[in-house]
Design a protein around this ligand. Structure first.
Ligand SMILES: [Zn+2]
Length: 268
C-alpha cells in the first residue's frame, strides 16, 4: 500500500517535471485574442450568415472554434498546416514591395490560405467535414492576419527569437504580442470583446473594404514599428502596455470586423 503511494508520488513528480520542459508552443494570439476576434465577428454577421455558420459549426461558436487551429498543433497529422498561420516578410519593404513579394512568393502562407479556405466554404461540393475544418481555420487565420508579429521576419521566426523580459519574466516579442499584452488586460474574452467593440461607421466601412494585401501591409507596418521600438533584451512592463494597448485593441477589433465581412461575403 505504502509502496504504491510512493510510486504514485514519484510518477506525479516525473510528469510535472516533464511538463515543465515541454517548450512553449509557437502559436498566435493566445486563446483570448483569437476568441475576441471570433466574438466580435459574431456581432456583425447577417442573419443568413449566422444560420450558415451554425449549420457548419453546430453548437460551437465563432469564438470557441477560433483556437482549434492552434490546438491541433499537438497532433502531427496536422503538421501540414504549420505554414498557414503567418507570412514572413523581409525588412524594409514599401507598399509596392509588399505587394510584389506577396504576388511572387508562391509558398503556402497566411496570404495564400485565406482565399483557399473561402473557396472551400463557397464550393457546393465541399463535404461537411471539409467545411468545418475550413471554417475553424478561417476564423483562426483572420485572427493571425491582424497579429503584427505574424507578418514578421523569417530569420527570427516572427520575433520568437527576439528575447525580451516581460515584467521580469523571460519572453520574446512574438509571445508578448500573442499572449502577454492581452493577458495583462485581465479581461475574459467576452468582456474584452464588449469593451473594444466600438467602431465608427467610417472605420467599419474602411476596415471591411481593405484588401487582403492591404491587411498584411497594415500589420507589416505595425510589425516594423514593434521591431524598431522593442530591442533585444528590452525590459518590458507598464510603459510597453501604455504605448501599445490602443494598437493591440484596434487590431483585435479589425480582425473581428474583417472576419465578419469575409463570412458575410461568402453567404450573402
Ligand atoms: Zn495561428
Amino acid at each position: 500500500m505504502i509502496l504504491t503511494s510512493i510510486r504514485k508520488k514519484i510518477a506525479t513528480a516525473l510528469i510535472v517535471g516533464f511538463l515543465a520542459y515541454v517548450p512553449a508552443q509557437v502559436s498566435a494570439w493566445g486563446t483570448i485574442g483569437h476568441r475576441v476576434v471570433g466574438q466580435i465577428a459574431d456581432t456583425y454577421l447577417k442573419a443568413k450568415t449566422r444560420k450558415a455558420v451554425q449549420d457548419i459549426l453546430g453548437y460551437e461558436t465563432l469564438a470557441m472554434c477560433a483556437n482549434w487551429g492552434d490546438f491541433i498543433k499537438s497532433d502531427s497529422t496536422y503538421n501540414y498546416m504549420y505554414n498557414w498561420h503567418f507570412v514572413n516578410l523581409p525588412a524594409g519593404l514599401n507598399k509596392d514591395g509588399v505587394y510584389n513579394f506577396l504576388e511572387t512568393d508562391k509558398s503556402i502562407s497566411l496570404y495564400t490560405k485565406i482565399p483557399d479556405l473561402i473557396a472551400v466554404l463557397k464550393k457546393p461540393s465541399s463535404t461537411r467535414d471539409e467545411k468545418k475544418l475550413a471554417m475553424r481555420m478561417l476564423v483562426h487565420l483572420a485572427g493571425d492576419l491582424c497579429q503584427p508579429m505574424h507578418v514578421a521576419r523569417k530569420e527570427d521566426l516572427g520575433g520568437n527569437r527576439v528575447s525580451v523580459l516581460w515584467f521580469n519574466e523571460k519572453s520574446n516579442i512574438h509571445r508578448v504580442w500573442d499572449e502577454q499584452l492581452i493577458e495583462y488586460q485581465q479581461l475574459s474574452y467576452t468582456e474584452y470583446a464588449k469593451a473594444i467593440n466600438h467602431a465608427s461607421a467610417v472605420e467599419l466601412y474602411n476596415w471591411q473594404n481593405t484588401s487582403l494585401k492591404d491587411c498584411i501591409f497594415e500589420s507589416y507596418n505595425i510589425c516594423n514599428k514593434i521591431y524598431e521600438t522593442t530591442k533585444p533584451d528590452a525590459k518590458l512592463s507598464y510603459r510597453y502596455n501604455f504605448d501599445w494597448v490602443d494598437t493591440l485593441n484596434s487590431q483585435l477589433l479589425k480582425g473581428g470586423v474583417r472576419l465578419a465581412k469575409m463570412l458575410n461575403d461568402i453567404y450573402g
